[in-house]
Design a protein around this ligand. Structure first.
Ligand code: FAD
Length: 272
């Protein structure tokens, strides 16, 4: 089936084209869209692209960083001010995928992908989207819950607070093949400390549900407590609550449930 490719100079025009055609798909880096097209996905009859430089902009100097949806993981790795996001960016695919794959595309990536989104979820990111209704900002939790419905909208950018210290944000991806393997589980933890206690804990998990989720019971186990052995043990005991792990060739749901507490404990106690 022929596929029409339409390239627009502005994000606004691309958003209008997307929202007016159900069979249109936005083309970020194309690492997933091209694969779908090559595999003969007939639900896509039109590709929408935008050359708008705003989609590739990074504002990283202040306490809140904003990253255009079209920014690639290679660009993030080249940006010293985004050092706190280097571990999740580096964990994605190999160099070719990091050169093409974008932050916007990662928000829509199905399991076992979506690693960068796990990091953004732990960091309480905001997603800026533009649809037929105009532009608006959504908390990432809300964006993910409505992800299916967001398909006709254009993601413009994501923004998140810079962690107060390098210790406050931690990330770990468990794979069978290093360094390029897909996720068995992905964990991200934002654990800011105040007066020796965790204040505002957010834990996010990948491959533990159909899309990245918060581990709210484990967050409650951390909140207001010192990050010591007994707190970490309590969080690890609660980590599977509310999860429905993926059961795939990389690992069974049972296996994922068994190992996630071990990896959370290592992540929070700074062990390899
Ligand atoms: C070999 C290989 C290895 C990979 N390894 C990993 C990995 O380790 N971890 C991981 O997380 N991912 C991995 N991926 C998946 C993928 O490369 C990444 O998730 C990447 O971030 C997707 O971004 P993209 O720009 O290429 O998406 P695209 O293919 O361009 O798009 C993916 C989806 O998102 C939509 N989309 C893209 N941008 C926007 C936007 N701005 N607004 C609205 N919709 C948008 C598209 O319409 C499409 O539905 C891998 C892929 C391959 C092929």
């Amino acid at each position: 089936m022929p596929v029409t490719v339409r390239t627009f100079g502005s994000a606004g025009e691309a958003a209008s084209a997307l929202s007016s055609d159900r069979t249109a798909r936005y083309f970020g880096g194309g690492t997933l869209v091209m694969r779908a097209l090559n595999e003969g996905d007939v639900s896509i009859s039109s590709i929408v692209r935008a050359n708008d430089v705003a989609l590739r902009r990074i504002e990283a100097a202040g306490p809140r960083v904003t990253i255009g949806a079209g920014v690639t993981f290679a660009k993030i790795l080249a940006e010293r001010d985004l050092a706190f996001l280097h571990a999740p960016a580096r964990s994605i695919g190999g160099p070719a995928v990091r050169n093409m794959g974008t932050v916007g595309g990662n928000l829509f990536a199905p399991n076992p992908y979506g690693d960068f989104t796990v990091a953004l979820l732990a960091l309480d990111a905001t997603v800026s989207v533009q649809g037929g209704f105009g532009a608006r900002d959504l908390p990432i939790d809300e964006f993910l819950q409505s992800r299916e419905r967001q398909a006709g909208n254009l993601v413009l950018s994501v923004s998140c607070p810079r962690p107060a210290s390098s210790d406050a944000f931690r990330y770990r991806k468990i794979t069978r093949i290093r360094p390029k393997g897909a996720s068995v589980i992905t964990l991200a933890a934002h654990v800011p400390m105040s007066g020796g206690r965790v204040l505002g804990a957010r834990l996010a998990l990948g491959s533990m549900a159909p899309m990245p989720i918060r581990a709210r019971a484990a967050e409650r186990a951390l909140e207001g407590r010192p990050l010591d052995t007994s707190t970490i043990t309590a969080a690890a005991s609660a980590i599977t609550e509310g999860t429905s792990p993926v059961d795939d060739a990389l690992g069974s749901a049972w296996y994922r449930r068994e190992i996630i507490g071990v990896h959370l404990r290592r992540l929070l106690s700074d062990q390899e």
